[in-house]
Design a protein around this ligand. Structure first.
Ligand SMILES: Nc1ncnc2c1ncn2[C@@H]1O[C@H](COP(=O)(O)OP(=O)(O)OP(=O)(O)O)[C@@H](O)[C@H]1O
Ligand SMILES: [Mg+2]
Length: 270
């Protein structure tokens, strides 16, 4: 026979309250995410291949083409999006809600807005990163968004894994440079995403040109059975750029229009 219901101990009450709070937060996040059309991560295992550059320029070109675009900087340790987008003004804040700043038609949220000092080191483990992303998701009012571009941290360990698991992304663009080693790392990245049963939307080759060569991105895409979304060359215009480079160079704008059109096509097919 089951014993009559006894009152809960304070510890059990606290645990129950925690479960309810987690449930409430997950529901609020999922309602928020439902108002965001497509969520696309920009990722590579290797650092410095141009993830942030590609994320910012894709976001800017989509906005220029008339889409409602959000750019979510999920490189919590080294948030660089605000630098590349040249946005200095943080989000407006009212009654516990953040209204993201907008620049070049792109709404942006980043840990960088909450650092007192840009050079400060943020050293967080997975659960804290998970918490920070959840806080951003819970408290940010994005409005209606067609595309959310998510800039991920490099690597295949704790930080990118946490972002992938927390954000429930629709798919990933994998960035590689033309060198063999970068392509090997990009292959690992693709395998990591696939292991998590998430779709890879395609490959972008960045820093192509006479110095690093051409072709590794296309070869990688072929080998992995993925669309090659396009390449973007290494160019002097990126140095000290005051705006995303699509606004500085017609050639770069053409490259990103091509990438964005491949991305739209791929998303519509999924
Ligand atoms: N096509 C390009 N031509 C010239 N410079 C570029 C190009 N793409 C990126 N860069 C430069 O290379 C550097 C690294 O780029 P970026 O920060 O976008 O890489 P990342 O992959 O996001 O790096 P991390 O792994 O640290 O997040 C930056 O200084 C950027 O301006
Ligand atoms: Mg980056």
């Amino acid at each position: 026979m089951t014993s009559p219901r006894r009152p809960l101990t304070p510890q059990e009450e606290a645990r129950l309250a925690q479960v309810r709070e987690n449930f409430r937060q997950r529901k609020a996040i999922s309602e928020k995410l439902n108002r965001i059309g497509k969520r696309v991560g920009v990722y590579s295992g290797k650092g410095g291949v141009g993830k942030t550059t590609v994320a910012v320029n894709i976001a800017a070109i989509l906005a220029q083409e008339g889409e409602n675009v959000a750019l979510f900087d999920c490189d919590i340790d080294c948030p660089n999006v605000t630098r590349v987008l040249r946005v200095t003004e943080g989000p407006a804040h009212e009654n516990g809600v953040f209204y993201p700043s907008s620049r070049f038609g792109v709404k942006v949220m980043s840990m960088a807005f909450f650092q007192e000092n840009e050079e400060e080191a943020i050293i967080w483990r997975g659960p804290m990163i998970h918490n920070a992303i959840n806080q951003f998701l819970t408290h940010t009012e994005w409005g209606n968004i067609d595309y959310m571009i998510v800039d991920l941290p490099p690597g295949t360990s704790d930080a990118p894994l946490t972002v992938m698991q927390t954000l429930n992304l629709d798919g990933f663009i994998v960035v590689t440079t033309p060198q063999e080693l970068a392509a090997l790392d990009a292959k690992r990245s693709i395998n990591m995403i696939r292991k998590m049963n998430l779709p890879v939307l395609g490959v972008v080759e960045n820093l192509s040109g006479s110095i690093f060569g051409y072709g590794a991105g296309e070869e990688l895409a072929d080998e992995m059975g993925l669309p090659f979304l396009g390449r973007t060359e290494m160019r002097i215009e990126y140095r000290d750029a005051k705006r995303p480079v699509i606004f500085e160079s017609d050639a770069v704008a053409d490259e990103y229009q091509h990438i964005a059109s491949g991305l739209r096509k791929r998303i519509s097919e999924l």
